[in-house]
Design a protein around this ligand. Structure first.
Ligand SMILES: Cc1cc2nc3c(=O)[nH]c(=O)nc-3n(C[C@H](O)[C@H](O)[C@H](O)COP(=O)(O)OP(=O)(O)OC[C@H]3O[C@@H](n4cnc5c(N)ncnc54)[C@H](O)[C@@H]3O)c2cc1C
Length: 483
């Protein structure tokens, strides 16, 4: 039986990112992926938000994505556009890049990191015991791992077999999205009616794109060509002779979140843990953030550095942040209705988004730059993302994110050199003495007092701030990086 420390079910964006995080920490990880190749049929996510670009930059791979995409200064809330480039940070933008390209680049990176992928087979069952999990594959093979992570999408088998509830809200709206051929010239562009938005688009030769809102919300299930034809006739009076689909999917505003992200040695991340309407482009980005939060914790538990209670902080931190993001998508869905009262509400939202303070709030929510994990009272940096400072060290200038490339924790000493001692943690925590002259500006919050020392987790979030007195440092090091 093949053994791996961690098995990831599903090699979509979340599974790939988690695999990279574990591989960087030298944890034996393998992916089981149903698809034969990484190719993705049809379009799904259309871009990366600022915090996703930052976490990729923390690992030294952001440029691979940026060079393949298009940097845009703005995003939208309920399709009301607004700029995000006023937020502090090196990547305060939206990177327009299709999911198929995001997955391709992630897969190339995972390949460089030599993560084995069992392709063309599915996880069909598992059984966990006190020391690990037996993972059953569709081809008859069984793998053994210390932990199994379900990154297997919204219809997650892992979530269902683990008996984890998926509470939330049923769909009120459903769309069909397809790449098809037509015999008659369609009405190009967008049409909006009382039911919602419908659109035909063409990019070059080959199939055309169609997105149609169905007359009645349907469950998220596999649609047929007759569903598409009927939906088109209901809106346009004709189906334009649609045929030969290269892709056809249904998506809805069903919004659900796993009641628990963990059942013993089985964890969930990405769409398997939360689903929602794609307005605002959050899903893939939330999955990447889950992966970066979970990866180093799982690595430390597997290596025996930390007790497995560290894994409980994954749910404690990611569940509330994601619940807030899901509510943001529900609010946006409500704004998309086209009755007179919603139009009136939209007008007010347009006015509000034109003002600095509300715009900053929404920009923080959309970009993920305002993520705050509740690590208790203290300096405003505590539980927030560490800015990518331009540091000067005895070895020369360096960007802070460069120091996180290997996914190792970091204690940054900006005070008098030689006054901070991390004792036995020096085998797992880097101690870097440096100076920094610029302002400390946090997204949404604004300017904050410069700390003399900062303890930064591998995911780039601040675990402790202080000075040479080191008050609370031992506790923070123990909590996050083991005794
Ligand atoms: C129309 C549309 C537009 C969207 N736009 C955006 C956007 O603009 N921005 C954004 O951030 N997000 C967007 N999303 C959401 C985004 O596509 C998802 O959130 C993202 O794909 C989730 O990644 P994941 O890896 O968690 O799951 P998935 O991408 O669903 O990947 C799951 C993987 O697991 C595999 N798998 C499933 N079951 C098994 C099994 N039993 N064994 C082995 N493998 C298995 C699947 O083949 C798949 O590769 C959009 C979604 C849709 C439908």
């Amino acid at each position: 039986m093949d053994e791996h420390a961690v098995i990831i079910a599903g090699g979509g964006p979340t599974g790939l990112m988690l695999a990279a995080e574990l591989a960087l920490s030298n944890t034996g990880v393998a992916i089981v992926e149903r698809r034969e190749t990484q190719d993705l049929v049809g379009s799904r996510a259309g871009g990366l938000h600022a915090r996703s670009l930052e976490v990729l930059d923390q690992r030294g791979v952001a440029d691979r994505f940026i060079s393949a995409g298009q940097v845009m200064p703005s995003t939208s809330f309920g399709w009301i556009p607004f700029d995000v480039d006023g937020l502090p940070g090196r990547h305060s933008c939206v990177l327009a890049l299709w999911q198929k390209d995001i997955e391709r680049i992630l897969a190339e990176w995972v390949d460089e990191l030599q993560v084995p992928i069992y392709r063309g087979c599915e996880v069909i069952g598992f059984a966990q015991d006190a020391t690990g999990v037996d993972v059953e594959l569709s081809g008859g093979q069984t793998l053994r791992a210390q932990y199994l992570v379900g990154c297997d999408g919204g219809r997650s088998l892992i979530r269902k077999l683990a008996g984890i509830d998926f509470p939330g809200w049923d769909a009120t709206i459903s769309h069909l999205i397809a790449q098809v051929e037509v015999t008659d010239e369609p009405e190009w562009g967008t049409r909006r009616d009382a039911n919602g938005v419908h659109a035909f688009s063409k990019t070059g030769e080959g199939p055309i794109g169609v997105m149609i809102t169905e007359q009645h919300a349907r469950a998220t299930s596999d649609p047929t060509m007759s569903d598409l034809s009927n939906a088109l006739i209901a809106v346009y009076g004709t189906d334009y002779g649609v045929h030969s689909p290269t892709s056809l999917t249904r998506f809805t505003d069903m919004t659900r979140q796993a009641a628990s992200y963990r059942a013993g040695r089985v964890l969930l991340a990405g769409d398997s843990a939360h689903v929602h309407y794609p307005v605002g482009g959050q899903g893939l980005n939330l999955g990447l953030q889950d992966a970066v939060n979970l990866g180093w914790k799982l690595a430390q538990v597997v290596e025996g550095i930390s007790p497995d209670t560290l894994l409980d902080t994954y749910q404690a931190e990611r569940h509330p942040v994601t619940a807030r993001a899901l509510r943001g998508t529900m609010a946006q869905t409500a704004l998309l209705r086209s009755d007179p009262r919603t139009e009136a509400l939209r007008d007010i939202m347009v006015d509000l988004i034109g003002m600095d303070e509300p715009k900053r709030y929404l920009a923080g929510l959309a970009t993920g730059l305002d993520i705050h994990y509740d690590l208790g009272e203290g300096h405003p940096l505590l539980g927030r993302r560490m800015p990518d400072l331009d540091l000067v060290t005895p070895d020369g200038p360096i960007r802070l994110f460069t120091l996180l490339h290997q996914a190792r924790p970091l204690l940054l000493d900006l005070g008098t050199p030689g006054t901070i001692d991390i004792g036995s943690w020096s085998d797992r925590v880097q101690l870097i003495e440096a100076t920094y002259d610029g302002p400390w500006e946090l997204p949404v919050i604004g300017l904050v007092d410069p700390p003399a020392a900062v303890l930064i987790r591998p995911d780039g979030y601040v675990a402790w701030t202080g000075d040479h007195a080191q008050t609370g440092l031992t506790e923070a090091l123990t909590t996050w990086f083991g005794p």
